[in-house]
Design a protein around this ligand. Sequence first.
Ligand code: FES
Ligand SMILES: [Fe+2]
Length: 407
Amino acid sequence: MTVSRILARDGASALDSLEPLHAAICATAQKPLASAHALPADAYTDEHHFAWECEAILKRQWLSVAHVSQLTAAGDYVNLDLLGERLTVVNTGEQGIKVLSRVCAHRGMDVMPPEFGHAQQGNCSAFRCPYHHWVYGLDGRLRGAPFMKEHPEVAGGELALHAFRSVVWQGLVFVNFSGDAAVITEQFGGLEASLGRWQLEELVMVADIAWDCAFNWKVLVENFMEPYHHAGAHHELFQPVMPAQGCWTDKEGEHYQVCHLPLAPSLQQKVQDGEPQLVSFTPMPALLADDFLEWTVYLAAPTALFFVAPDRVYWYRLQPVAAGRMELHTTMLVHPDAMDDEHYQQTLATETELMRTFHLEDMEMCSAVQAGLSSAAYRPGPLNALEEPVWLFQRYLARQINDAQQS
Ligand code: FES
Ligand SMILES: [Fe+2]
C-alpha cells in the first residue's frame, strides 16, 4: 500500500499536512554538527508521521527479526508482529530460513495466534490453522484443507502462506516488506570488515529480555547510538569504564553508523599488559588485539542495533507499534565455547542481571523523554558533539524523506 493510500484513510490532506514537519526535519538535519539541534516533537509524537514512516522508511528497508541460533533445526520458528504484519520466521529445512505471514490463505486467521496462547518460539512440523484446520508445510505451501481436496485452487497447489522477502546477513534474519530494498550487502557491506570479526553467525543467543516501551522507536535508536549519556544515565555503570569524553563516531555509511566506546585509559593499559578487562565469557576467537580496547555500537539503519564487546554481542529487535510505543527485545549472544567454562551458568546469571540493569536505565530515560516530547514546553535543544550519531541519524531520516518525495 502506498503512503498516500494509508494516509488517505484520515483525509486526503494528511500527507500534505506532513510537509511542514518533513521540511523541519530536513532543515534540522542540514545544520552543521556544531550547531545541531534535536528534532521537533512531532517527529516522535505525530501518528500521521508514524504511519508515513512505516510505509516510506520501515517497510522499504531491511529490518532484523531473528538470530540464526534461534532457528538451528528444521521446524524451529520465531513469531513476531511487525508493522501490522503477523510473521513467523521459520527454518524450512531444505529451503533454508523464510519469513512467512501467519495469515491463513483461507479466511485470514492467524495460524499461530498469540491471543490463544500459541508459543512465540518453538519447533513444529507443519502449521495448522486453528479455525478450519487448513495445514501448511514448513515452506508455507498448503498441504491439506478438510473436505476441499477436490477444489481446483486447493488441488492446484498454489495456495500458500505469503513469503516476505528475507535474507540472512551476519547471522541475523532480515525482512524487507516492500520487496525493493537494495541488496543488503550494498547497504551494510561497509560493516562487514569490522563486525565480521565477531562471526555473529557462529554465536548463540543466551538471553532475551522483552520490553513494552512507551516511547518512539527513534528515541531508542538515538539513545542507543550516542555516548554522551554515559556521563548522565550510566554515570555509575559505564562512565568509569567507557567514559563519554573518549568516545568517537566513525565515518558514516549511507545506511549505517558506528560509534566507538574506548575503555578508560587505565583499563586500556591493563589490557595492553595482558589483562583483558570487562571480559566475563570466552572471547570471540577472530578478534584483533585492538578489539579488546573498546566496545562498539552499530546501527544498520533503520532499526538493527548491535552493541559489541570482546566476549558478547547485544542485538536489539525493534517492533515499532505507534508513535509513542514500541515492543523491544534486548538479547545477548556469546560464542558457543563460552558454555564449556565451568563457571558459565553463574557468569550468565550475573551478566544477564547487568544487562537488565543498564537497559532499565535506558528505558527510564527514553520513557521520560517521550513524555517530555509531548509537553507544550518542549523546544529542540542544542546537541553536544558526542551526540554526532543523533545528528547522523537526522541526516539519514532527511535522505529518506527526500527519496520518498522523489519516488
Ligand atoms: S481461516 Fe484458516 S482454515 Fe479457515
Ligand atoms: Fe544507554
